[in-house]
Design a protein around this ligand. Structure first.
Ligand code: FES
Ligand SMILES: [Fe+2]
Length: 336
């Protein structure tokens, strides 16, 4: 039986009861449900791959994952970015083992087939009559993502040729993306290579935290908030109770915690040099929220989150905001 025939729509609907605010634990632990998610969600949704500032020059590449598929994100020309399946069409060897680099193209380490950065097969070591005319080499380019697009420097790709445009897919969460990634004319730049951790839990745990689990903050992060932000637990609880849990539509969600309207605190933790740039860049409704942001977390469905938090790196010194992205890569039902 194919995995997508294993569960009927009624059974799938029974796993989450929106009215009762409950979900079956199976969605976090059942390997068959996990495989269904890999196929239906990660095989179809727009997935975050990387930031444009990670591949500024022609030939720059980074290797990433789309669900469980390894891919290469590469700048083909100044204006063209490709997302290629990191698997040789000859016998399936992984083409690129490096995390990042720059190259004119790809040569497979197994039998030496060569591909352009756009994924075209340009030379084979086995085209000397070995396959006679049984193989049409023109069909053996690297598999590319069906669509690749970016918003605010954030590059997403999908395997689904029928997917809506990235703008339509992101919809209203673009408003919140602007608050963090488009708040100045120059946007943001990603610093350094990704840090990678392995978690012994399902991939959805992270996105749910970044989508609406404000209440964990007081208990779990309360002690850290006291040390790094100078905020006492009761004040933190009050601020969280006044925070907004937002559904942006299309499965995208977030929590924006704001300072009280009458607090007189504006641009808490923001570098003073950035304030005139934000005033010049953001729309008036965005600026009104931006002024009062204490911390904000958001998640683009399914697995791309970011957190924007103030931290004081030196005790007694005012906090400064950091912006960090998370990509929750599914490994197994109980491993991310
Ligand atoms: S597997 Fe890549 S050239 Fe053979
Ligand atoms: Fe948290």
């Amino acid at each position: 039986m194919y995995i997508n025939e294993q569960f009927g729509p009624a059974e799938i609907a029974s796993w989450v009861n929106v009215d009762a605010a409950t979900a079956s634990r199976r969605i976090f632990s059942d390997e068959a449900i996990f495989q269904l998610e890999i196929e239906r969600i990660f095989g179809n949704a727009w997935l975050y791959i990387g930031h444009e500032s990670e591949i500024p020059a022609v030939g720059d590449f980074v290797t990433r994952l789309m669900g469980k598929d390894p891919v290469i994100l590469v700048r083909v020309t100044e204006n063209e970015i490709a997302v290629l399946l990191n698997s040789c069409p000859h016998r399936g060897a992984m083409l690129c083992q490096a995390d990042a680099g720059n190259g004119k193209g790809l040569i497979c380490p197994y039998h030496g087939w060569a591909f352009s950065n756009a994924g075209r097969l340009v030379a084979t070591s086995t085209d000397d009559g070995l396959y006679a005319d049984r193989v049409d080499f023109r069909t053996l380019d690297l598999r590319s993502a069906a669509k690749v697009s970016s918003y605010a420097g954030l590059i997403y790709a999908t395997w689904n040729a029928d997917a809506p445009s990235l703008d339509d897919y992101l919809g209203d969460i673009r408003w919140a993306i602007d608050l963090c990634f488009n708040r100045t004319p120059g946007g943001v730049e990603v610093l350094g290579a990704p840090h990678r951790w392995e978690m012994g839990s399902n991939w959805k745990i992270g996105p749910i935290n970044f989508s609406g689990d404000g209440p964990h903050f007081t208990q779990l992060h309360g002690p850290i908030a006291k040390v790094t932000q100078g905020i006492e637990k009761p004040d933190l609880r009050a601020a969280l109770q006044a925070s907004n849990s937002i559904s942006w539509g299309n499965g995208h969600n977030g929590v924006i915690q704001m300072t009280p309207e009458d607090s007189g605190i504006a641009f808490f933790g923001q570098d003073p040099d950035l304030i005139p740039l934000m005033e010049q860049t953001l729309q008036p409704d965005q600026l009104a929220v931006r002024k009062r942001i204490l911390q904000a977390v958001n998640n683009v469905f399914p697995n791309h989150s970011w957190t924007h938090n103030p931290v004081s790196y030196t005790p007694g010194k005012p906090p400064v905001h950091f912006l960090a992205m998370r990509v929750w890569q599914p490994v197994a039902a109980n491993r991310t």
